[in-house]
Design a protein around this ligand. Structure first.
Ligand SMILES: Nc1ncnc2c1ncn2[C@@H]1O[C@H](COP(=O)(O)OP(=O)(O)OP(=O)(O)O)[C@@H](O)[C@H]1O
Ligand SMILES: [Mg+2]
Length: 245
């Protein structure tokens, strides 16, 4: 459903993403794994229209997609939860969930419908009820993250990109989010899941792409992956050191 071909992005001297080519299938959880600074968030930003590639192509359903800004990517069915928790602290939870969703067709949603849409979506993300009227900045960080996740889901994306979303979450939140991710994939959504945590990756993924220093090392089917193999691909020096030391 989604394909990147020879995608490259450089920041000054740093080659953040170097000639990356990967195919992603609908109805799968496809994990992007790699050490700090390996280019994961750069790929996420390229697939959200936040930054534009120096070279390479993004294809959706086999057709080159030349979106140049977040609105274009959203209209194409992409939704992203970024690594930094992007909350509007002085606006209530309903406004935060619906933030940026106020396209002309939704702008004048009646209050009751806004509340229902936000509440229903958030209840899928959070194991506990969240006060919809409180300013989001007053919520614990984990709850803020769930609000941002609900903001992505309310758009009913075909391609949902989650950059380290579980980092701030506790065990119960995490279980809820995992079930949600599995359900979305079953219903045909492509979930791009970025994580450091081996247990999550092994549990959720159908396919795993390893990045190292901005380069795609390999894309592996879950069935062929072991934690040892993934670690070896991500950080061969560390594995070699352990073996010899
Ligand atoms: N705006 C920027 N300006 C300069 N360099 C950047 C910028 N964004 C990323 N980089 C550099 O590009 C490389 C890849 O960064 P990126 O954020 O994509 O890594 P990452 O895999 O998401 O890392 P992490 O696991 O820490 O989130 C790093 O060397 C980083 O320092
Ligand atoms: Mg990152």
């Amino acid at each position: 459903m989604l394909e990147i071909a020879n995608l490259s992005k450089r920041y000054g001297e740093t080659i953040a993403l170097d000639d990356a080519s990967v195919s992603f299938a609908a109805g799968t959880v496809h994990t992007i794994m790699g050490e700090n600074g390996s280019g994961k968030s750069t790929l996420v930003k390229l697939l959200s229209g936040v930054v534009t590639p120096d070279r390479g192509q993004i294809r959706v359903d086999g057709v080159t997609f030349a979106g140049r800004n977040p609105a274009a990517f959203q209209a194409k069915g992409f939704a992203t939860v970024f690594q930094e928790v992007l909350i509007a602290p002085d606006r209530n939870v309903i406004d935060n969930v619906l933030l940026g969703y106020d396209r002309p067709s939704h702008r004048n949603l009646p209050r009751a419908e806004r509340r229902a849409a936000a509440g229903e979506t958030l209840s899928r993300c959070s194991p506990t009820a969240v006060d919809l009227d409180v300013d989001a900045g007053r919520l614990p960080l984990a709850t803020q993250q769930l609000v941002v996740l609900a903001r992505a889901l309310v758009r009913k994306p075909r391609i949902l990109i989650l950059d380290e979303v579980t980092a701030a979450l506790d065990f119960n939140d995490r279980e809820t989010v995992f079930s949600l991710i599995e359900g979305l994939a079953r219903s045909g959504c492509l979930v791009l899941f970025i994580s450091h945590r081996m247990d999550e990756v092994m549990r959720l993924s159908q396919r795993i792409t390893i990045l190292r220093s901005g380069r795609v090392v390999e894309t592996i089917d879950r069935a062929a992956a072991t934690p040892e193999l993934l670690l070896e691909r991500m950080a061969p020096e560390i594995v070699a050191e352990r073996r010899h030391g």
